[in-house]
Design a protein around this ligand. Structure first.
Ligand SMILES: NC(=O)C1=CN([C@@H]2O[C@H](COP(=O)(O)OP(=O)(O)OC[C@H]3O[C@@H](n4cnc5c(N)ncnc54)[C@H](O)[C@@H]3O)[C@@H](O)[C@H]2O)C=CC1
Ligand SMILES: CC(=O)C(=O)O
Ligand SMILES: [Mg+2]
Length: 611
């Protein structure tokens, strides 16, 4: 199954990369857009605003004459002007502390976002590699930490514990008639930065920017949401500028009542919207997923999106060793972090192992994983273990490595297990230290893999420099936040892959939306992960490249894989004018084409006033 997916995938990739305009460029010749505003109201609406690019005919028709300098600039001139000012900012801030430079870059992008969405999204799409670290991890973490001070104007919606009983009417305050994609957080575990309360709104905003750039979701139809149920962050509670509720977090039934009311309100107004849960602390991440996943079209990105990306990376590590994929079942994997992300990865990896041909279906008995949390190795001797974690606890059977006791340290575990892969989702920077990495050098794999997946950069378990220095040149490295590749001398490169759920969530959300799925099944998520895993060629894998760059090409394929899985499980109800039968009749290539054509692409539309 995996090999044929790889072949199919490369066929599709060749096809997509031979078509010159970007995926979704079907919308490149835009039809006219009816605008219900005039004059300054248009200039102050980032959706319609073209700044100096309004042609004279529109300036006359829309009451803009005299409100703009007389010279009409082209879109290309505006684009170049912005990129030039961004590059001068880079030059002028050279040598300044990283956080100052990063925030200055975020500000210049954010100002454009506030003013002119068409130009903003075009520069974002064209420069996603450069700008992702600003609008997404790591800078978005810094923005969240400083949100109350940086706040100038709201973006998205805020539902607080004080709004109980009001949400059903509040949801109608959102001006857009249609919403396709919602990303919601309660701010309780923002990246690896902990509880940031209302300031966590930066994460849904950043994730939805990635949706627009990588999945072509129309920005008029996205909605970032903060559920402010209080914060337990003492520093924020004492901060006079803090913009959220100054009360401890709601717990238990009180908490769930708020989330229930919010979900009902969203569903009542936009029954087909896809809701992505993001950065909820573990207990609520799992509880809300179980509570809503069969009732609404929703998923938890940290649990499910991350799992798919990690699985693709784990399978890549098998291929890099020159082993067949079935060998995945023999890989020894040490995971540091038994939280929402770590357990999500373990569940999906275990499911994948159990689906591999030839595996002894020993079910729960088949345990290739050694899992650690803040108290060390988790074994069956641990008291009060959560059932989600307990299935991965090491026991006392004959297969167990002697002397690996409850609470063993990371370095002890790595020394004794000699794992093929060491994967970090702990939220603790630097725990893959020199001793641990030197122990990884003795791995049973010819290509030991180290995935330091915690975000932002300061929380990465190690850096690529550390890995290539201490584990060796054959190592494979991936991190949650971006690092640069490492020159290994003799013209060789140590690849710093980015293993981040941003490779999957855009395709999962888009595929769920375009299939009109009633809910998002394990099969749809698996299809997304398999598609990503099979995207990279053997040649790339041999070099140590595990993931493609984020692009609309990869999203179109992941999205199509999700649509097809929804169809095959009879979950697809269709979207807009494309019904379930039509979806079912599409070939694989036609589905990719359909998904790509549905992507929104930013171009100035001719504006026609209705006044
Ligand atoms: N690269 C990616 O796509 C993603 C990365 N993440 C990152 O993963 C990290 C964890 O996220 P969650 O699982 O949601 O958090 P969580 O708070 O639910 O779990 C953290 C886990 O790490 C454990 N831990 C703490 N100190 C440790 C240590 N010294 N050694 C081993 N384990 C330790 C904790 O006991 C807990 O089990 C965050 O930094 C987050 O940014 C999360 C989702 C996606
Ligand atoms: C990437 C992501 O979702 C996280 O770090 O939480
Ligand atoms: Mg997250």
């Amino acid at each position: 199954m995996w090999r044929s997916a790889a072949r199919r995938s490369s066929q599709i990739r060749r096809l997509l990369s031979s078509s010159a305009p970007p995926a979704g460029a079907g919308a490149a010749v835009p039809g006219p857009c009816i605008v219900h505003k005039r004059g300054n109201d248009i200039l102050h609406d980032p959706w319609y605003n073209k700044d100096t690019a309004f042609p004279m005919t529109e300036r006359d028709r829309l009451g803009l004459r005299g409100l703009l300098p007389p010279r009409v600039m082209s879109f290309e001139q505006q684009y170049e002007r912005f990129i030039n000012s961004y590059r001068s900012l880079e030059n002028n801030t050279r040598g300044e502390p990283d956080s100052i430079v990063a925030l200055a870059k975020w500000r210049i992008l954010n100002r454009l976002h506030d003013r002119n969405e068409t130009l903003y999204y075009r520069v974002l799409i064209d420069n996603i590699k450069d700008f992702a670290p600003i609008i997404y991890t790591p800078t978005v973490g810094l923005v969240c930490e400083n949100y109350s001070g940086l706040f100038r104007r709201p973006r998205g919606m805020y539902f607080s514990a004080k709004d109980k009983g009001e949400m059903m009417s509040m949801i109608y305050n959102w001006p857009a008639e249609k919403v396709d994609m919602i990303v919601v957080t309660d701010g309780s575990r923002i990246l690896g930065l902990g509880d940031l309360g209302v300031q966590g709104i930066g994460i849904p905003i950043g994730k939805l920017d990635v949706y627009v750039a990588a999945a072509g979701i129309n920005p008029q139809k996205v909605l970032p949401i903060m559920l402010d149920v209080g914060t337990n962050n003492e520093k924020l509670l004492e901060d006079k500028l803090y913009l959220g509720l100054r009360q401890p977090r709601l717990e238990g039934e009180e908490y769930l009542a708020v989330v229930d009311e919010f979900m009902e309100a969203v569903h009542a107004r936009w029954p087909k919207a896809v809701v992505q849960f993001e950065d909820f602390q573990m207990k609520w991440a799992f509880e809300t997923l179980q509570r809503y996943r069969n009732r609404f079209c929703m998923f938890n990105d940290d649990v499910q999106g991350t799992a798919g990306v990690a699985l693709a990376g784990l399978l890549g590590a098998v291929r890099a060793q020159g082993r067949p994929l079935q060998d995945f079942t023999n890989q020894k994997i040490v995971v540091a972090g038994a939280g929402s992300a770590g357990i999500g990865v373990l569940n999906m990896a275990k499911q994948a192992m159990l689906r591999m041909p030839g595996i002894h279906r020993t079910g729960e008995g088949h345990n290739q994983f050694w899992v650690l949390d803040k108290d060390g190795l988790i074994t069956k001797d641990r008291e009060g273990l959560d059932s989600a974690v307990a299935r991965f606890a090491r026991g006392h059977g004959p297969d167990e490595i002697p002397d690996l006791h409850e609470g063993a340290s990371l370095v002890e575990v790595v020394k004794k297990v000699k794992p093929h892969v060491l994967l970090g989702l702990s939220g603790v920077g630097g725990i893959f230290n020199e001793e641990v990495l030197k122990a990884m050098k003795e791995s049973d794999s010819p290509r030991p893999a180290v995935f330091a997946m915690s975000n932002p950069t300061t929380k990465a378990e190690c850096t690529p420099d550390d890995v290539f220095k201490h584990v060796g040149e054959n190592a494979i490295f991936a991190s949650g936040s971006p690092f640069g590749n490492i020159s290994l001398g003799n013209g060789k490169t140590g690849y710093a892959n980015q293993a981040n759920n941003m490779y999957l969530f855009p395709g999962i959300g888009l595929g769920a939306l375009l299939s009109g799925a009633r809910h998002i099944s394990d099969g749809m998520l698996q299809a997304a992960a398999e598609c990503l895993a099979s995207y990279i060629t053997d040649n790339e894998i041999r070099k140590g490249i595990l993931f493609p760059s984020v692009s609309r090409h990869i999203t179109a394929q992941v999205g199509a894989a999700v649509v097809r899985a929804a169809v095959s499980e009879d979950l697809a109800e269709g979207c807009c004018d494309v019904g379930p039968r039509e979806l079912a009749s599409m070939s694989e290539l036609e589905t990719v084409d359909y998904v790509a054509r549905k992507m929104w692409y930013p171009v100035y539309s001719p504006l026609v006033s209705d006044k």
